[in-house]
Design a protein around this ligand. Sequence first.
Ligand code: 13P
Ligand code: SF4
Length: 303
Amino acid sequence: NAMNLDLKEKILQLKKERNAIILAHYYQRAELQEVADYIGDSFGLAKQAAETDADVILFCGVHFMGESAKILSPDKIVLIPDERAGCPMADMVNAEGLKELKAKHPNAEVVAYVNTSAAVKAETDICCTSSNAVKVIQSVDAEEIIWVPDRNLGHYVSQFTDKKMIIWEGYCNTHDKVTAADVESIKAKYPEAPIVVHPECRPEVVELADHVASTAGILKYCRESDAQEFIIGTECGIEYMLKKENPDKKFHFITNVLVCPNMKVNNLKKAYRALETMEPQIQVDQEISNKARRSLERMLEVQ
Ligand code: 13P
Ligand code: SF4
C-alpha cells in the first residue's frame, strides 16, 4: 500500500544517511524482509553482523540476535525495531541456573544454542545455531556436554555423538506445539510432499520428517528438490522466501499455529522509527560481552 511504499523509501534514505545495514531473519514480516540488505538464518545473520563495515546495524529479529550482533561488533550501533521482541526459549535458562549445573558437572563443556542471553553466553564454551549444531558438538573435546536451552535440538544432535549430553529442559513455544498427529494428518492430505522440519520440533515430529534443517537449510532443500509440493514444519514467516525462490512450488505448513508472536512484534513502522531516532539500541555489559564474544567467535571458526 501507499503508506508502506512511502515508509520503505524513507527507510532506504535514512539507511544511506546513517551508513546502516538492515539484517532480517526469515521469520520477520514480509515488509521487513523486503527492505533488508541481508536475510538469513541465525548463523548467517551473526556472520554478517561480525563482518559488516556499516556504522549501524538495524537488526530485524529477536533480542538475542541483536545482542549477538552487538557482542560481535561492539563498536557499532545496533538497533532493534522493538526491544520487546524476545525469545521465550532464550528466557528459559539464566546464568545462575547454568552456573549451578556447571558446578555439578565440572568436567563438562557448555554448548549453548544462540537462542540465549548474553549472560548465558558468557558462561558458555561454544555457541551453535541449528545449522552448525552437529559440527559444533563434534568439535568439542570433552566427554560430557552441558547443552542449553533447547531439549528438542539437543535430542536431535545427541544422535550424532557418543558424548554424554546433559540437556536443559527448554523449548520453543512455537515449534514445540506441533505433534506427530498433526504431521500424520497433513501427510494424509499430501502424501507425495516431502516433510521438511526445523530441529526445534519435538523428536516425534523430527522422526517423521524427510529432511531436518535450519531455516536456511529448509530453503536450500526446497530450492534444490524436484518435488513440487512440500510440508513445512517451521515458523510461517519463511513462506515469504519459499515463495519468492520457488514461485511455482506449493508449501503446506503442518499447522496454522506455527507463528512466533515475538518475531512479529517488529514491523516496518517501528523499523523506520528506530532508524530515525536511533533508538532502541541494544547494549551489552562490557564484561559480559567480552566473555560471551569468545563463545560466539569459537562457533564462527568451526568449519
Ligand atoms: P534458524 O534461523 O537458525 O534456523 O533459527 C530459528 C529460530 O528459531 C530463530 O529464532
Ligand atoms: Fe524463540 Fe521459537 Fe520464536 Fe525462534 S521461533 S524466536 S526459538 S520462540
